[in-house]
Structures are given as C-alpha cells and as structure tokens.
Design a protein around this ligand. Structure first.
Ligand code: IVH
Length: 692
C-alpha cells in the first residue's frame, strides 16, 4: 500500500489497517528491542511507522490506545522492568547443615556480643520456602511499590503485578508507620503449581520445572493481567526501612504483620534455646512432605530486635539469623568416567560422568568431585556405584561409594599432575586443596574460560556471544585476548557465512558488541576474572575508587606489600587482606596489565559514583583506633559498628588517626594519642556517637 492508497481508504478499511499495523509494529519492536533479532530492515520498519502515521493523520478519531505512535521504541526497556532501589539492602542467609553448625552459629553470636557461653537464646523459627523474595513499600499505610530482590541493592519494579495479588494488602489495617518496607516470599503451593501446569500444557503454553520457577515466571510478567490469573501466595517475614520502631521482638513484628493484613506462615514458632530449636527442626522435617508447599529448611531468627541490631551483618548475611537446611535428597548410580576440567584461574576440577539417575525430581548425569583429596579420601574409582546428593540448586555431589558393588580390578584414581589442556605442570601450593595449571595465558583452556567469563551476564553481557560461540571463534583463532572481541565486528561478513549464522544474526552480534564499548567500572572489573573478585566485590572496588584510571594506578601501587595503597585496599569493608593479595598478584603480572591497556584503548570505562562514606554519619570516612577494654560491647562488635558507619578501623595510632576510643585500662596508645593531639573519647561517648 502506498501513501496514495491512504487517500482512498474508507473509515472501515482504515480502522482495520491501523489494527493490523499496531500488531505488526509491536511484533517487530519485540524482536528488535527484547530479542535483538529483527526480521526486517530499519528502512522497512520506518516505512510501517510512516504508514501508520499517515492513516492516523487522515483519521485522527481512529487513533488506537495502543497506537505505535504513542509509544517510543519497544514499550518495555531492555530488561523488561524498571529498576527500584531498596532503601535497606536485601540480604541472604548463611546456612547450617546440621546441629553442630547450628550450635556454632549460636556460639558465634554469643561471642560477638560478649554473652556467656551458656546464655539461652530465644528464636523465632520459620519454615524456609524456596520462592522469590520481594520488598513491599508502604507510605502512610498505602502500598506504593514493590520490587524483586534483584542483586540485593536494586530489584525489578513489579508493583503492577503485586497489586494483582490478594495477599498483598493495598492498605495496612490499623496504625502504620509513615514509611515501611515489608519483605516476604512469593511462592506457589504444590497443588496450584500442578493445576496451573496442567492448564498451561492443555493450552499449549510453557510449563514450569518447579514451583519456584513458576512463581518467579508468573510474577515477572510484563503484562500484569497474566500475573492476575496465576495462583501466587505470599508469606511476610522481615522488615527493611521503617520510619518508626514497630516492635521490640521479631515475634511481635510478625503479629503486627498479621494485624496489618499479611499472611504469616502459621507454622512460625517461638523456640527458646538450642535444644528446642533442634526439636522444632526434627518436627518440621517429619511434616515436610505433607506440607502444601516445598520447603528446604527452617530459618531461625533471634527474637530480640535490639540484639539483632547489635549483631548486624557480616558480608551479605545477618549474624542474627541462619537457615538450617534439611539434608539433601540422595540416589545411587554408577560412575562412568572422571574428566578433569581447567577453569578460568587454572584450577583443575574433576567432574564425574554418571549413568543418568533421577535425584529428587531432577535428571543428573554429571557431578562435582571437588578436588583430588576428596577423591582419595572417599576412594572413588571408575566403575564404582556411588551415592549422589543434590542440595537445592547446587550441582550434585558424590557423597560416598558403595564398596560391596565395586567391580573387580577397579584401580585407585590417579589425579593428573599435568594440565589436560596445555600439558603444563599442574601444581598444588602447600596448604591448598586445588591443583592449578601453571600455563597461565599460554593455556588455551584458561584463555577460553576467561573469555567466556568476560562476556557473561554480570560482565560484558554480550548477547549472541555465549559459551558455544566463544569456543567456536576461539578454535578459529580469532580470539587471543579480550580486546579481540571488539575486532569481531570487522569480521561480520565472514561470520555471516558461517553455518548457523546469517546476515541478520551477524549484524546483531556486531551491534551487541558495539553497544558494549562503553561499560561501567564495576562490570569491567568483574569481567577481568581476578580470583575472588565476584560481582559484589567488583562493585565495592568501583564505588571505592570511582574511575578506572585511579583504580589502575592504585592497584599497581598496591602490588608493593606494606604500601599505603595496599593498606587502603585491604581495609575496604568486604575486601580484606586475602582478596587484596589476589588483586596485587593480578597486577604484578605484566601480561595482565598489557591486556588491560589493550582493552582500554578500544573501550570507554565509565566512572562509578564514589561512595567512601555513609551519608549522615559523623564518623564516615574517619580513621579510628580502639584501645583498652570495652565494657558494654566486644571489640569485634565495636569495629563492625564503626565500619558499618563508613569508618576505617586501624590498630595503631598515628598522625592520620582521627579518633581514639579509650576503654578501661588503656595504655600506650591512649598516651600516644594525647602526644599527637589526636582526639580521644570514652566508651560511653562512643556509644552515643555510633548510636545514630
Ligand atoms: S529472612 C536478612 N525469612 O531465603 C534476612 N528469608 O537465603 C533475610 N527465605 O532471600 C531473609 N523464607 O528468599 C527470611 N522466613 C524467611 C524465609 C527467607 C525463605 C528466603 C528468602 C531469602 C533467602 C535467604
């Protein structure tokens, strides 16, 4: 149809044509924006839009509510949902696997706050449902928005979807604080899950693997009317930000949640003391299979909220709560072969190839064997019948062998002392469990693994460059270093000719690569694949150092043990000396620095917002020294508190010290502070100062 034809359209024909165009343009938007897989050229696409506009100009009364001219681009952004920042981060929980680990958790908590070893601890126990956690924000008692956990700092804005759930109250009943964040778990019951899957299958729609996936998939729908039709449930169980104190104990808080109109798991129970906790654990384990929903353990939270505040957090988990998991599901099968894989950092990992077997509803054919000592200790031999177990989403592991079923002539397994990929020596530093290939950058396995890591989701996240493609291009000899990835667009024509490719997908790949020539500092740092620098640590580094140039300079300086830069690195909360060592080792290798410089010649690394201090705290950014005996808190507690407020705690007093907290019987450090004119305060003053 040409523009001329538009002039001849009847109103009826125009309406039909607009409806068709709205559908067609939305379809191409989806392909382009969400799947990066357009089917038509940009010119053809523009023509469709022009056509739509021409008809609308002639028949303005026919403009549809879903008209493409009302929308820019694909409607939903790339990731689908807008991002929402949690006012208080959403953390995870440490696990205990048995009574011993639970007892150890209790002992740690007591030690941290200086309670006697036999002090009884009061807990609230809540079954741990494996769903997805969400954060609901209420202002003046009204539900204003809700988000998924995401990376813990920010999640996806799923407000519209949450509003469709009966168990998310639109208003809180009774008195509510001006502002409160309420957290809980969205899940699907087993029977709802089965019924929904049946209906989905009957309608030829996607079926879900387990209730957790079904709940997540149902909540994360761009069209909230789909969520409305899905049977989602919610149990509320935690709090984030609150403008006023709403309870003294967690139990009281759960009661308030109930009064406000939330569902709280009715199996939640106050348990006093460790023995009562162990008893509750056994009771729930016995009831587990009869419950209407899947659980994988019980969460124990210290009931006293004042105690919770004192205990605070370590890393990403609270010191005042633990998830006591149930034992994993087990099965038996035959070990066919042991393959040794070489990881990104050269670690040799043995992987078991198994006779396929069903473990707790999942078909398993591979399992991890951890390391060479583990194989030796369990005396695992090829041909053995082994006991396999799966704990949550973790890769299954081999627990033990069944000696009675060992085939005659089976020989003990010898771990290779050479890298199976490059033949270099594989060595085990004293005291370490892992044998590593010494081939470094000459080892093709390490190189390819680094590249795969480099383009992975939390790193450069290049669409169309998955593990398989990287291996393929690597084998072709196109990729020697990460910078070579940015030379792939120059091979677009060659790529288009390859089997499984074509013009469109090759062009999309080039676009996806070009789009990543600008990258945030944290993603960039993560992408380098330095040992122990996961995405959380990469974020810490990016926030601390701000710009790439500053980071690079500081890391080079930190290669010198005892340097100021090294001290600074090791004292970033969450980094510590061991991780500082890894970074220093990375930067001490000149080939790594060369690879970095080669990369930054072809990309722009964006600066991060520098956060060196916690806003609002007087001691943020200050250097503190504690000396003498503290009477109302232990040293670790005081230190953790100071660090949480953005201060740095050191051991010795110098001109650079801002403040010395003087406890009872303080000696030389307190004197030195006076000599140097450094401000000193008492423990009571410190409590006052840090209570804010
Ligand atoms: S409390 C800081 N309570 O477990 C406290 N979490 O491993 C953090 N979960 O992300 C969470 N039931 O998805 C808490 N009764 C419960 C829970 C629970 C399930 C999940 C939640 C969280 C994960 C932590």
């Amino acid at each position: 149809m040409t523009l001329n034809d538009v002039a001849n359209l009847t109103e009826h024909e125009a309406a039909a044509e607009l409806a068709r165009l709205a559908r067609e343009i939305a379809h191409h938007d989806r392909l382009y924006y969400q799947q990066d897989a357009p089917e038509i050229t940009d010119a053809e696409y523009d023509e469709l839009r022009r056509h739509n506009a021409a008809i609308e100009a002639r028949f303005p009364e026919l403009i549809r509510p879903d008209s493409p001219s009302e929308r820019i681009g694909g409607g939903a952004p790339e990731g689908g949902f807008a991002k929402l920042r949690h006012r208080v981060p959403m953390l995870s929980l440490d696990n205990a696997m048995d009574t011993e680990e639970f007892t150890e958790f209790c002992a740690r908590a007591r030690r941290f706050v200086g309670l006697p070893a036999d002090a009884p601890l009061d807990f609230v126990a809540e079954p741990k449902i494996d769903g997805l956690s969400i954060n609901l924000t209420y202002e003046k008692g009204r539900f204003v928005h809700g988000a998924t956990r995401g990376d813990g700092t920010e999640g996806e804005d799923v407000t519209a979807n949450l509003r469709t759930m009966k168990s998310v109250p639109a208003r809180l009943k009774g008195h509510a604080p001006a502002l409160i964040e309420i957290r809980g778990e969205v899940f699907m019951t087993k029977s709802d899950f089965l019924a929904m899957n049946e209906a989905q299958a009957a309608a030829g729609q996607k079926v879900f693997a387990n209730p957790r996936n079904a709940a997540a998939g149902s909540l994360r729908q761009l069209d909230a009317s789909i969520t409305a039709g899905r049977p989602l449930s919610l149990f509320a169980y935690a709090m984030g930000e609150a403008s006023e104190q709403v309870a003294q104990t967690h139990w009281e808080y759960l009661e308030r949640l109930g009064h406000w109109g939330f569902q709280v798991n009715p199996l939640s129970k106050r348990v006093q003391g460790e023995a009562a906790a162990a008893k509750f654990q056994a009771t729930i384990a016995a009831e587990r299979s009869g419950l209407g929903y899947d659980i994988d353990g019980v969460v124990y939270k210290l009931n006293d909220l004042a105690l919770q505040r004192r205990l605070g957090f370590v890393g990403r988990a609270p010191r005042w709560a633990i998830a006591w998991k149930f034992p994993a599901e087990q099965a038996m099968t035959v070990l066919k072969e042991i393959r040794v894989q070489v990881g990104r950092t050269g670690a040799l990992t043995p992987v078991a190839r198994l006779e396929p077997v069903n473990v707790g509803g999942v078909l398993v054919q591979n399992a991890t064997l951890h390391n060479e000592d583990d194989i030796k200790r369990k005396d695992i031999r090829i041909g053995d019948t082994v006991v396999l177990q799966r704990a949550g989403d973790v890769i299954p592991q081999i627990v033990s062998v069944v000696p009675e079923r060992r085939p005659r002539g089976a020989k003990p397994y010898h771990f290779p002392d050479r890298c199976p990929a490059c033949g270099s020596q594989a060595v085990r530093p004293p005291g370490e469990a892992v044998r590593r290939c010494t081939g470094g950058l000459i080892c093709p396995a390490q190189r390819v693994e680094r590249l795969i890591h480099f383009v992975s989701r939390p790193a450069f996240d290049i669409d169309g460059l998955g593990e398989k493609t990287i291996r393929e291009f690597f084998d072709e000899g196109w990729l020697h270093s990460p910078a070579d990835l940015f030379r792939l667009p120059a091979r677009e024509a060659e790529i288009a000719e390859r089997e499984g490719w074509g013009k469109v997908s090759a062009r999309n790949l080039s676009r996806a690569i070009e789009a990543r020539r600008r990258i945030s500092l944290d993603r960039f740092i993560y992408a380098l694949g330095v040992r122990r620098i996961g995405d959380a640590n990469a974020k810490l580094l990016a926030r601390h150092y701000g710009t790439y140039d500053h980071w690079r300079a500081q890391m080079l300086a930190a290669t010198v043990v005892g340097s100021e830069a090294r001290e600074e690195l090791g004292s970033i909360v969450g980094i510590g000396p061991a991780i500082a060592q890894e970074l220093a080792d990375f930067f001490a290798e000149h080939r790594n620095v060369e690879a970095l410089d080669e990369l930054t010649r072809v990309l722009t690394v964006e600066a991060a917002a520098r956060v060196t201090a916690v806003a609002g705290s007087e001691i943020a950014g200050k250097t503190l020294v504690f000396t003498g005996t503290m009477e109302t808190m232990t040293r670790p507690e005081a230190k953790a508190r100071a660090e949480a407020l953005g201060a740095k705690v050191t051991d010795s007093v110098s001109k650079k010290t801002d403040l010395v907290i003087v406890g009872a019987d303080a000696g030389s450090k307190a004197r030195k502070a006076v000599e140097l004119g450094v401000k000193t305060i008492t423990e009571a003053e410190w409590r006052e100062l840090s209570a804010s």
